[in-house]
Unconditional design. Structure first.
Lengths: 551, 321
């Protein structure tokens, strides 16, 4: 696997992609298994669903439970995971070699930059298409394991649409990375595009007169033309591929015209903006000062960029969703009233006709947990990051005990999670006030505290994994794994009343059940989340004290 | 000499925004030569090297290697030369051998008996993962990958970083063998003793300006030496004014320090007129020779040759140079 740049890129990436596919399979199987356990009941529910809602999901009534679950996998989870894999590979393709300093050696090999980019791009496309196709096959396997018939759904067409859109997102990251040599910028901007595109394609069609604008969003083309029912919309796919090709050409042009980075420390964007005479003052005020006062303060200060983005996005989204609810509540009320209970369960038991249900479904079920998980897992992995960057050998030869270092770093997990919680309160309260939705502010605060509790636990998982192994990738992987698995269990297992109690193994259950926006705080849930988090941190500290340090 | 230079840098200038990393640098390196490229940190050594390799593009000027254009013929140049970057980074998840296999596959035409020979001479261990290597062992791997395909020329940026003295000696004898066999070595370093030990010619770069290029033998003929005289009573510095070959006299109580070239006799004649208690003399570092003989050029480059703290320290310069 070391014969060519192409093969080495595959070698570096196959494991991550396989884990992504395996998670998709696990969630698909879990969902179908839960639905299948309901027997005819589920089929009847689906048969009774309004035609309009089915068409919104992009499935036919004879798709049955498999159709519901598959539309979720193809239109929501699948593209997030596959596009995420693609963006991570694409952003690192050129910019990653530069950031790691290996471009100094690779760039001096007898390979032109164009050929290097070609090999990397081909590897990216191979992994992305391979993972997408394997994912689709795994859904078929999941359906057959769960004994659920697939009906007449065109999975191949759905796969083609999903892959074409994921390729566009990956190509954006590739082009940005090749132009700027900045991996963080490339992956950050591409992920932001994915999220914005997802929200655009979901929210714009709810407004009369804006439906067509959703078509400008790449995400729309995953399910907009309903490929699972209508087959491949080839003109649309051709346009997506042309956009990908154009972005690829842009990447080639950008890479060939610039200096290659040498792995030297790059001036961060914020620092460059601070240096700008026009906006420098404002940026400095906004960014504040990096703190080096102590270990805990520095840990929190290191967290600031990701905290700003996650909390800022959450607050912004929560604010605009308030007036948005007022604007469309009349329309969605009717659809939701006609929906059977089990289908509501699928969207997290959210009753979109009430503001509490709307906020639950739009903010608390996905965006809130993602925001708090990103921040808390980042904070939890900081201990292992010191070992990866070999700063641990400096830090731990200072007159501070390992216990003190580890505990002070863990403070950032709680502090970061609380700040995301504050952003949630601020956002929902603002949306509530602007639109006059009449939600209980105490309940909003309860939701925020529970979100912070969830973050504390997920961060603690990353912390204990880092404390045990000293490996940053293991720490991030463990935190993310528990987050995805926990979310999957809590989202799909409760649809089947016989299995509903199993949702209690997921930390997400204690965060979201019952909906705190409706029922307020369940104190023992918060206690459990924070308590387990504290226990994990304690185990992490003990393990960290006992073992040899890396680096 | 009508032979095409192996490496030719022609009026190279590289600017990053308002900062000039390298300005109007020109030099040639010929076959069979070990060319030392000496300068403090941030002087522009790596910027020059990265331009030669087409990793970065000159703002103006040209580089040619083996008669080929560094930009247009980059791939062919890379095929025929070897390169060891400064602050070497390799793939942490590959073993030493896997790293060489990968780079060897990308190059093609690598003779594995050559790899084994280099491994043995440098006492390198190829079995461990790169992330587990000490910096010295990682550097050995870097040297092997730069030399494993028997390149016509090799560009080495701070090559002895982390190597122990015995391995340094072995490495330097490898460079000499390569040059004797007609190969060309471009050795960038801020370690003066290394350049003194192996280079045939040496270029001195400071603040992005090439101050001078000299043959090593001629530099040594300049034989700038430092003398320290201990007197029974203080002697004024003016006593040594105008003495043949004497520079930079400084007085500290009864101790007089001076630099001189050529014969010591005129200096001793003045000294012995006073009550001399002891005399000690030592050779002067290469960079001091440059600073002394190219004082005007150094000043023109925006540097103060009398300010030791200035050497190597430049506020606001990016670490690309």
């Amino acid at each position: 696997m070391l014969r060519t740049v192409y093969l080495k890129s595959l070698r570096d990436r196959w494991l991550g992609a396989s884990i992504g596919v395996a998670s998709l399979f696990a969630i698909a199987w879990m969902g179908m298994w839960a639905y299948a356990g309901m027997g005819d009941e589920a089929t009847d529910f689906i048969a009774s669903m309004p035609e309009a809602y089915l068409s919104l999901l992009g499935i036919t009534p004879d798709g049955g439970v498999a159709g519901l679950m598959l539309s979720n996998m193809f239109n929501f989870l699948g593209p997030f995971v596959i596009a995420g894999i693609g963006v991570s590979i694409a952003a690192a393709a050129i910019a990653g070699e530069e950031a790691n300093g290996t471009m100094n050696v690779l760039g001096a090999m007898p390979r032109s930059r164009s050929r290097l980019l070609g090999s990397k791009t081909l590897a990216l496309a191979t992994v992305l298409v391979g993972a997408g196709a394997l994912g689709s096959l795994s859904y078929v396997a999941a359906a057959s394991l769960a004994g659920t018939p697939l009906g007449s759904l065109d999975l191949a067409a759905a796969t083609v649409h999903m892959l074409a859109v994921c390729l566009v997102f990956a190509a954006v990251a590739l082009a940005l990375g090749a132009w700027t040599g900045n991996r963080g910028l490339a992956s950050g901007a591409a992920v932001a595009l994915i999220v914005v595109s997802f929200l655009m394609s979901g929210l714009l069609p709810l407004f009369e007169g804006l439906e067509d604008w959703a078509k400008a969003s790449p995400w729309y083309w995953i399910s907009g033309p309903q490929p699972m029912v209508n087959g491949v919309d080839w003109p649309a796919v051709a346009v997506l591929l042309l956009v990908t090709l154009a972005l690829g050409t842009l990447a080639w042009w950008g890479l060939n015209r610039r200096d290659l980075g040498s792995g030297a420390v790059r001036t961060p964007l914020v620092e460059r903006l601070k240096g700008d005479p026009r906006i420098g003052r404002a940026v400095s005020l906004l960014a504040g000062r990096g703190s080096t006062r102590g270990i805990a303060a520095k840990a929190l200060s290191d967290l600031r960029p990701v905290l700003l983005i996650a909390a800022g996005f959450l607050a912004f989204q929560a604010t605009v969703l308030g007036p948005m609810f007022s604007a469309i509540s009349g329309d969605i009320g009717g659809v939701v009233d006609a929906m059977p209970e089990a289908i509501l369960a699928m969207v997290g038991f959210a009753d979109f006709s009430t503001p509490e249900g709307w906020y639950y479904g739009e903010v608390m079920s996905i965006v809130g947990p993602v925001a708090v998980a990103v921040v808390a897992i980042n904070a939890g992995a900081a201990l292992a990051r010191e070992e990866r960057s070999r700063t641990a050998s400096v830090l731990l030869t200072l007159p501070v005990s390992r216990t003190a270092v580890a505990l002070r770093m863990s403070v950032a997990i709680v502090a970061g999670s609380l700040i995301v919680g504050v952003a949630l309160v601020a956002g929902i309260a603002a949306g509530n006030a602007i639109a006059g939705l009449g939600m209980d502010v105490g309940h909003i605060a309860a939701a925020a505290l529970l979100l912070a509790g969830l973050g504390t636990l997920l961060g603690a998982v990353a912390f204990v994994a880092g404390g045990l192994t000293g490996r940053h990738d293991v720490a991030v992987g463990a935190g993310t794994g528990v987050a995805i698995l926990g979310w999957g269990i809590n989202s799909f297992v409760p649809v089947n009343p016989d299995l509903a109690d199993w949702a209690r193994v997921s930390p997400f259950y204690y965060y979201s059940t019952p909906n705190p926006l409706v029922d307020g705080m369940t104190w023992w849930h918060l206690g459990l989340l924070v308590g387990v988090g504290a226990l994990l941190v304690a185990v992490g500290v003990v393990a960290y004290r006992a073992r040899d340090l890396r680096g | 000499m009508t032979e095409t230079p192996v490496i030719e840098v022609d009026r190279l200038t590289k600017r990053y925004g308002s900062f000039t990393a390298v300005e109007d640098v020109s030099f040639e390196i010929h076959r069979g030569e070990i060319f030392g490229f000496l300068g403090p940190n941030g002087a522009g050594k790596s910027t020059t090297i990265r331009s030669i390799l087409d990793l970065i593009r000159p703002t103006s000027g040209h580089c040619r290697v083996l008669g080929l254009d560094s930009r247009r013929d980059a791939v062919e140049i890379h095929r025929r030369i070897g390169f060891l970057p400064s602050d070497l980074a390799l793939y942490p998840n590959l073993t030493g051998r896997q790293t060489l296999e990968y780079l060897g596959n990308l190059r093609g035409g690598v003779d594995w008996t050559r790899v084994d020979e280099l491994t043995e001479r440098l006492a390198a261990d190829l079995s461990k993962k790169v992330r587990e290597y000490s910096s010295g062992n990682r550097q050995k791997l870097g040297i092997i990958q730069a030399l494993m395909h028997r390149p016509e020329a090799v560009i080495l940026d701070e090559p002895i970083t982390g190597l122990d003295p015995l391995v340094q000696l072995e490495f330097h004898s490898m460079l000499r063998e390569m040059a004797d066999a007609g190969g060309t070595v471009f050795l960038s370093s801020h370690t003066i003793s290394e350049v003194e030990r192996v280079a045939d010619r040496v270029a001195f770069i400071r603040r992005g300006h090439l101050i001078a290029v000299e043959r090593m033998s001629e530099l040594q003929d300049k034989a700038l030496r430092r003398i320290k005289l201990e007197f029974a009573a203080p002697v004024p510095a003016s006593a040594f004014d105008g003495v043949d070959g004497v520079h930079e006299v400084s007085v500290d109580g009864p101790t007089v320090t001076a630099q001189f070239e050529g014969s010591m006799a005129p200096l001793l004649t003045i000294a012995t007129a006073h009550d001399v208690l002891s005399v000690s003399s030592a050779s002067v570092d290469l960079d001091e020779i440059f600073l002394e003989f190219y004082r005007d050029e150094v000043v023109a480059a925006g540097d103060d040759p009398d300010e030791p703290g200035e050497r190597g320290a430049r506020a606001g310069a990016p670490e690309t140079a």
